[in-house]
Design a protein around this ligand. Structure first.
Ligand code: F6R
Length: 244
């Protein structure tokens, strides 16, 4: 794992966007695995700015998002499809037909999840997978549990995640209790993984991801076994990591 220290959120966002921009420039028809949440908003802003400056062309890019709340339609303002449209897709020249987010309303979800994995594989797997990290070490919505689940699947969100995500809903009762997420195997299939983290609430999770034992109780720890991971984190998120 390579750890790049950022001064603050803006610095993290710029550094992360530069890495994604280089990927798009070097391979215009690349496959990006994308994340939602508060962490990548600044990264996406920088990518939009680079596109507006004429430095990036997304016309051949394909994307696969990590996750989606179960039961939310794509036009719900808390759905991850909506988030991606508002924060990135509506502002760059990506073909929406090439953007994929698990369908929160999928009916036969086991078949649909298997199809999602098959589509990621058929596209050649992610050239670059962007990840945030949960306070509890989750990646995607792979919550701490007893085993690493390989494929895209339905998960019960933990109280800690429901609590953390309730800030975006009118009330905690409105937060969906389940979600669909790429599994650990689908994430690990990426050729390169870029993890971004900021703020002291992430410090323990970032430490455990980089230096803890590889255990499913900290799902992000599996990334230690991937050959090409870059972590871009600010000082607060790196506070418990040794200075290198
Ligand atoms: C979102 C996702 C989650 C978030 C994580 C951190 O697509 O996969 O794992 O990356 O919950 O969320 P924020 O960035 O809001 O702290």
């Amino acid at each position: 794992m390579r750890i790049l220290r950022a001064k603050d959120y803006d610095d993290m966002s710029r550094k992360a966007a530069n890495i994604i921009a280089a990927q798009v420039q070097l391979k215009p028809d690349c496959v990006l695995g994308l994340a939602t949440g508060s962490t990548p908003i600044g990264t996406y802003k920088n990518l939009v700015a680079a596109y507006e400056a004429g430095d990036l062309d997304f016309s051949e890019v394909k994307s696969y998002n990590l996750d989606e709340y179960r039961g939310l339609p794509g036009d719900h303002d808390q759905s991850y499809r909506y988030f991606m449209n508002v924060n990135l897709f509506d502002h760059v020249n990506i073909d929406k037909a090439n953007t994929h987010v698990p369908d929160g309303l999928m009916e036969d979800y086991e078949a649909a999840c298997a199809e999602y994995d098959a589509a990621v594989a058929a596209a050649g797997h992610q050239d670059l997978q962007l990840l945030g990290i949960g306070n509890n070490g989750h990646i995607g919505f792979n919550e701490p549990c007893d085993s690493f689940i390989k494929g895209t699947h339905c998960v019960d969100l933990t109280e800690s995640t429901i609590q953390a995500n309730s800030r975006l809903f009118d009330s905690i009762d409105d937060v969906p209790r389940q979600a669909y997420t790429m599994g650990i195997g689908t994430i690990m299939g990426a050729k390169m993984i870029l993890v971004i983290a900021n703020g002291d609430a992430k410090a323990q999770a970032v430490h455990d991801m980089c230096y803890g034992p590889v255990v499913p109780s900290c799902p992000a720890s599996i990334l230690q076994l991937h050959p090409n991971v870059v972590v871009v984190a600010d000082e607060a998120a790196l506070a418990l990591c040794p200075a290198e």
